[in-house]
Design a protein around this ligand. Sequence first.
Ligand SMILES: Cc1cc2nc3c(=O)[nH]c(=O)nc-3n(C[C@H](O)[C@H](O)[C@H](O)COP(=O)(O)OP(=O)(O)OC[C@H]3O[C@@H](n4cnc5c(N)ncnc54)[C@H](O)[C@@H]3O)c2cc1C
Length: 282
Amino acid sequence: MSILISTTLAEALGALAAEPSSMVLAGGTDVMVEVNSGHRRPDAVIAVGRIPELRTWSHDAPTSALRIGAGVTYAELEREPFPQWVPALSQAARTVGSPQIRHAATLGGNVGTCSPAGDGLPVLAALDAIVHLVSVSESRSMPFTEFMTGPKRTALLPGELIEAVSVPVLGGWQGYAKVGVRNAMVISNAGACLAVDDSGGVRIALGSVGPTIIRCGDAESFAASVVDLRAGSVTDADAIEFGRLAASAARPIDDHRSTAEYRRHAIAVLARRLLRRAFPNG
Ligand SMILES: Cc1cc2nc3c(=O)[nH]c(=O)nc-3n(C[C@H](O)[C@H](O)[C@H](O)COP(=O)(O)OP(=O)(O)OC[C@H]3O[C@@H](n4cnc5c(N)ncnc54)[C@H](O)[C@@H]3O)c2cc1C
């Protein structure tokens, strides 16, 4: 097995162009599990964890957009300024694995694996995040919801790397919540991110309850018609109906972690609670 520890983006892209079947290794918290269990036997590995261009982030004040390099870790996303600018992403980061995992695991790796249970992903879907891809010959960008094409399936082409993800800094409340079999070191059985955008629109995206991350259009339209933005309030009955609509958008399955029925119930509870937290008055 050949191993290249790249220190520049150009070097990694050149190596990937020469050998597109190479395994890209960031923090290794997903791929090393696959290698150790024998599910993956790469001939060539390109390590991208030491590429400074992937490890940086920037904030564009005029457009209020935050560009987060693929190599930024969950431990970094837990710390300022992220809790102030993208609180839901910081909350999701805090729920990932253990401190050791979070120091190695990157946002780009979560996007690269694209498991429906990836904790960062409902946040990216709710925020209408853009994924930036790069190869030796071109750069392209697409909404996260188009990038994720199925469970662990993406629109990434051979020879491409995920360079960064852009998210808007929104003015409204946002939060992430998940349900698992315990409170820490757990893959979610159901997860949801709710974000209130600058015009007061409510966005909600679900994880672990379908082949991809699911945006809940009916629940979002319903919320827009019932929440009182000025008072910051929603009635209990409307919060329950919001939860019901979110749960009806879910397409969960029974598997070794949970049942479809429990997952749907969990989404109804999570969505209702998140809406109540966003609009606590009344
Ligand atoms: C004990 C344990 C607990 C965990 N708990 C959680 C949890 O609670 N929540 C959760 O969401 N996940 C969890 N995970 C999974 C994992 O930590 C995350 O998915 C993490 O974000 C992966 O990032 P990484 O940098 O380690 O990716 P890697 O393992 O290095 O790579 C993951 C995939 O992305 C690709 N990739 C990485 N970077 C790029 C890039 N720049 N361009 C193109 N492709 C790229 C790789 O080729 C690979 O296919 C856990 C894992 C372990 C081992």
